[in-house]
Ligand binder design. Structure first.
Ligand SMILES: [Zn+2]
Length: 265
């Protein structure tokens, strides 16, 4: 009986806290950031404290987790592959971004048992992680392609690092496996990209030798033929089926077999 009485008292106290919080917190949220007032993180102390008028220039160390280094590991780099050095007659199919997501694409990858690597924009993958998990179940491997398709070249190290580490971490959350390869948007990169890729745990930066769009293969070599180790780039577009079939036909007509990039790079 007493226990129940005590519980009622606690519930009543908690009730007051809820009322108090409901009155105070929206005010703190609004003054901290008008646009972000609807954010569910409004109760976070880090959001509330900037609203305090007593905030003087305090040199106290911030408790923020893992500060982003301003410079990368000196001399660190990773290889950049347009063509992977291989001894076997294989070529690699890579599929970028993740905007167009047809169920028929999953069925095609599954039925033809095509090894493919998906370089996903993590913000786009977050729109439909179940789709990419089904792709994964069909044999695809998910790799990193930045948070939001930023142009990497000439960006400072902390930003480049954020794009690579941030997207890899996010994709790990979404599909349960952290990427080990990185493709910079537009294929644009610089020395800082290679350093940041290394520091984020990437094994290589992946470029390409041929692209496919609307069922047409465009070669970057004058021979107009794939060679062993070549990387083919296509995208999640409405022409997915035509593009994948064209990539497979190009690989086969060059006397090659599609293989999984992660087994070689
Ligand atoms: Zn892209």
């Amino acid at each position: 009986m007493e226990a129940r009485g005590e519980m009622r008292l606690r519930t009543a106290r908690r009730g007051w806290w809820v009322v108090l919080a409901a009155v105070i917190l929206p005010v703190a949220g609004c003054s901290a950031s008008g646009a972000g007032a609807a954010s569910p993180t409004v109760t976070s102390p880090s959001h509330v404290s900037p609203a305090s008028p007593s905030a003087s220039p305090s040199p106290s160390p911030s408790p923020s987790p893992s500060p982003v280094p301003t410079a990368g590991t000196p001399g660190a780099t990773v290889p950049v592959y347009y063509r992977v050095p291989v001894t076997k007659p294989v070529a690699f199919i890579t599929i970028d971004d993740g905007y167009s997501r047809a169920e028929s694409s999953i069925a095609l990858v599954k039925s033809r048992k095509v090894p493919v690597s998906l370089f996903l924009i993590s913000h786009v993958a977050a729109d439909d992680p179940a789709y990419f998990r089904r792709m994964q179940a069909a044999g695809a491997v998910v790799e990193a392609h930045t948070l939001d398709h930023a142009e990497m070249k000439r960006m400072p190290y902390p930003r480049q690092r954020q794009e690579i580490c941030g997207s890899a971490d996010k994709l790990a959350q979404l599909v349960g496996k952290r990427p080990t390869l990185f493709r910079p948007p537009f294929g644009d990169f610089d020395g800082t990209t290679l350093q940041a890729a290394h520091d984020c745990g990437m094994k290589a930066v992946i470029h390409w030798r041929a692209t496919v769009d609307n069922g047409i293969v465009r070669y970057q070599s004058p021979t107009k033929k794939l060679k062993a180790g070549d990387i083919v780039l296509m995208h999640f577009r409405p022409s997915f089926t035509a593009d994948l079939n064209a990539a497979l036909a190009a690989i086969q007509s060059a006397g090659l077999t599609p293989a999984l990039l992660e087994d070689y790079a």
